[in-house]
Design a protein around this ligand. Structure first.
Ligand SMILES: [Zn+2]
Ligand SMILES: [Zn+2]
Length: 236
């Protein structure tokens, strides 16, 4: 339900009073999603690989464009393109950590505004990258699902839960690229109708792209026409 669409201005003002705007990173009142100080730490995704979005440094950028990064040239990822509005760091990393690990699911809504700064995917539907049921029980909510519903409003796209994480994969943090790929291989199963559809996966952070690749692989194997990836942040 779109609360803003159902309430009058006075009711919205009352809502602001009950739930005042606060910075998603430091809780400073009055500004959302970030206060001025925290907003300074946001870094828009710099130019880089046209496939996976990996930032390229300035010297090699001219030579690189429009070429793909080394990883994508060695082995193209199954998704057509991955993009995010900002690099993972500063206040955004802090806010994402609070969302996931400090039971701050209320932050999904303000953080979802950041998808405004991201190109609209060439897709028919958004599909969140799901948690395994055991992790969902532990956390109580699925941050990718919450972010997908906010991104759906920004991109005017429907959200469908087209994937299941069929085995627990534990933390990817601390594993290298190869270990990450091994860890998430065959971790996803498709549920629902994906045949010939263009699907955009939605998640909080893209690091090596191993999880997104495994999810994209499952969708393509089930007949999806094209898979893109959007995350709130991308590892630098
Ligand atoms: Zn702040
Ligand atoms: Zn790349």
């Amino acid at each position: 339900m779109d609360i803003g669409g159902c309430l009058g201005t006075a009711a919205l003002a009352a809502l602001d009073w009950v739930f005042p705007l606060r910075c998603a990173s430091c809780d400073a009142p009055g500004e959302s999603p970030f206060c001025g100080v925290c907003a300074e730490t946001l870094i828009a995704l710099p130019p880089g690989c046209p496939v996976c979005g990996a930032p390229a440094d300035d010297e090699v950028l001219a030579a690189l464009r429009p070429r793909r990064c080394l990883h994508c040239r060695q082995r193209a990822p199954p998704f057509a393109q991955a993009s995010a509005p900002y690099l993972h760091g500063g206040a955004l990393a802090e806010a994402i950590h609070r969302l996931k690990y400090e039971r701050r699911e209320d932050l999904a809504r303000p953080l979802g505004l950041l998808f405004e700064a991201c190109a609209r995917p060439r897709a028919d539907v958004l599909a969140p990258v799901p948690l395994h049921l055991s992790r969902l029980r532990e956390r109580g909510f699925d941050q990718a699902a919450l972010l997908a519903s906010e991104a759906g409003k920004r991109f005017a796209l429907p959200v469908e839960h087209l994937l299941l994480r069929v085995r627990p994969t534990g933390q990817q943090v601390g594993r290298d690229r190869v270990a990450r790929e091994r860890n998430v291989r065959d971790a996803f199963a498709v549920r629902g109708h994906v045949m010939a559809r263009r699907i955009c996966l939605l998640d909080d952070v893209l690091t090596t792209g191993a999880t997104a690749s495994a999810a994209a692989q499952a969708l393509l194997a089930a007949g999806a026409a094209r898979v893109e990836v959007r995350t709130l942040a991308r590892a630098p």
